[in-house]
Design a protein around this ligand. Sequence first.
Ligand code: MN
Length: 718
Amino acid sequence: MDYAATILSRLPGASKRDHGVRRLIDTLKSYLPDEHLGQVMRAYEFGADAHKGQTRKSGEPYITHPVAVAQELADMRLDVQAITAAILHDVVEDTEASLDDIEEQFGHEVAQLVDGVSKLDQIQFRSRAEAQAESFRKMMMAMIEDIRVILVKLADRLHNMQTLGAMPTSKKKRIARETLDIYAPIANRLGINSLKIQLEDMGFKHLHPFRYRVLDKALKKSKGSQRQIVKRISDEFGKAMTEEGIEGDISGREKHLYSIYKKMAEKKRLLSDVVDVYGFRIIVEDVNACYQTLGLVHQLYKPMPGRFKDYIAIPRVNGYQSLHTTLFGPKGLPLEVQIRTREMDRVANSGVASHWVYKADEKSDATPQRRAREWLTNLAELQQSGTSEEFLESVKVDLFPDKIYVFTPKGDIMPLPKGATTVDFAYAVHTDIGDRCVAAKINRGLVPLRTPLQNGQTVEIVTARGAKPNPNWLTFVRSAKARTAIRNHMKNLRSVESVDLGKRLLDKSLKDLGSSLRKVGKVRMSSVLEELGLNNDTELFEQLGLGERLAPLTARILMGVDQDDEGESQAASLVISGTEGMVLSYAKCCYPIPGDDVMGYLTAGRGIVIHRNSCGNLSNFRKQPEKWIAVAWEKEIEREFSCQIQTETRNRTGVLAEVAATIADCGSNIEQVEVLGRHEDCSVLSFLLTVKDRKHLAKIMRNVRKMPNVMRVSRDCA
Ligand code: MN
C-alpha cells in the first residue's frame, strides 16, 4: 500500500464524503514527495475541523471549497506550502482558529501565505475605473511579497465564480465585473492562461447571462459541423510533417467564449465571422521544428499577409512564446495556426506557475518567472516613490494595454507600453540615458522626442553631457519608469535651486537690517533652527526659497529684533539673473523681460513669481505686502525670455507670414500665434516671442511697425 493510500485510509467513513480530498492527494502524489502529503492531510483535518458545521450556499460542507481551491493549484503543480495555505485560506477569516495556531502547526511560511490571502479578502474592487487606488496597491503589495498569495487568491476566485449559485443578481454582477476587470488581467499578466480563460468565461457568464447562453449555443452548434474540416486539415498537416520527419501533436483549438464575445464587441464582427475561424495548435520537439513546421503549413495554404507573429524571437511580456500565423484555408476559410514546443506550451498555460515544482533551483531564470519577478520588483520600486494614484496609474498601464517592441541599435529588444515615445525608450534603456537625452533617431532618421514609437522600429538616443530632463516630457511619456524618473529629477532640482535662492533671500533680508549670514554666525543660527524645529540650515533655506517661510521675518528672528520694529529701509533688491531655475518663474499675465520694472511675489511651494510693476494682477496681491520682494535684473543676462506683442494688420494674403518673417529676422523665435479678432478688413494677432530684453523687443516692434500692412503694434499687458 503506498503512502497516499495510507493517508486516505485515515479518512472517516466511505469515499463518498471525502470532500474532494482523495482526488487532491491523487494529483499531489504525482509530483510531491510522500512527507508533503502528510502535511496536506493534516491541513485538511485542521480545516475540516475548523469549518465544521459551516456550509456553502449550495449546502455542501464548507471544507469542499478550500479543497477545490487546492485542487486547482495542484493541477498547476504548486508546492506544498501553497497547497497547505489554499486549504487553510479561509480559516482565519471565518473560524475560531487563529494565525498563531496555523504558524504553530504548519510553520511560518504557510502562516504568511494565509495572512496574505486573508488580507486580500478584505479588499473589494468595484471596477477598473473605480478600483480604489489604495486597495489595489495593497493587493499588489501582497503579491510582491509572495506571488503564491495571488495564485491562491485567483484559484479562490475561480471556485467562487463556479459556485456563485443563488446569489442576488446585482451581487453576482459586481463580482463578475471585478473578476473581469481585476483578476483575469492579473492572471493574464502572470501568464496563467488556464486560469485567465476560466475566470473570463465565468465572469462573462455571470455579467451577461443571456449573451453567454446565445453564444454558447451557437458555438456548440458550429462545432459539430466544424469537426470534419478540422480533422481533414489536421491530417493534412500531419502528413506533411511526417514526410519531413518532424514529430508533433496537432489539435483543433477551442476558442473560449469571452474571447469570441470580445472580438464581436470590439471589432463589430458578426458571430459567423468570429466563429468560422478554425484554430490549430501544433506542438513539436524543438525551436527548429517550429520554424520548419511553419514553412510546411505556409506551403500547404497561403498565409494571410500581416498576420504572422514570431513570439518565439520576441516573447510576450508575460513570457509567452509561440509562432502564430493565419492561412487561407479551403474555400477561403481562415485557419489560425499556433506552433510551439512542449515547454512553450506549458508556459502558455501556466505562466508564472509553470516552474514551481523546480523551485529549489532558485537561480533558474525560467522566462515567465524572471519576467514576473522583474515586473514585481519594478512595482515595489514604484510604490516607494509617489502616491497610490500614481501607482495605480502605472499598474494599469502594465496590466491592461498591449505592449510594443522596439529595438536598440545593437538589436536588443525593448518592450514598452503602447503609445510610448522616444523618451520612454531612453528611460527604459537606463535612467541616465533618459535624463540626458536631447534627440532621438527612429530607423536612423531624426525625430522629435515626443514621437510615439511603432512596433519593430530601431531607436537610437542622442545624449549630451549636462542635459537635463524637461518637465514638459511628463505630458507625453507613457511608461511608469520615465514618469517616476522625471518627477524625481524635478523634485531634486527644485530642492537644490530653492536652497540656493533661499540663502540669497535670507542674506538680502539680513543686509537690509545691517547684518549678514556671516555676522549672525553658526551658534545663533543653530539655536534659531532649534527654535523653529528644523534640522539644519539647508532645510531653512529650502523653505525660504519655496516661499513657505518669509525671509524678512526669519532675518529678524535671527537678529533677535522685535517683530514690530519697522526700522529698516528697503535697501537692497534681490538681483535676478534668469538662471535661478524652477524656483523663480516669470508671470504669464505680463511676461516681464530684463529692463522692465519688476517685483517678486512669494508663492508658497512655487518660490518667487516675477511680475511687471504695471501688471494688472498686482492689485490682488498688494494686500499681502510681506510677500513682496524688491527685485532687480542682473546687468548681463544671457537667456531669452517669453514676451507677448499684439498687432493689427490689414487682411491681405500672406500678411501673417510677412510679420513672422520680420520677427524672425530680428533674431526672435515665435512660440505661438493667436488670432484675437478678425474684422472686415483687419485682424488682431497676438504673438508670443522670445526676446533678450527690452531693447531687443523695441527693435522688433519698430521693424514690425514699419511694415506696410501693419497698422498698430503694442505690447500686451493684462
Ligand atoms: Mn475562499
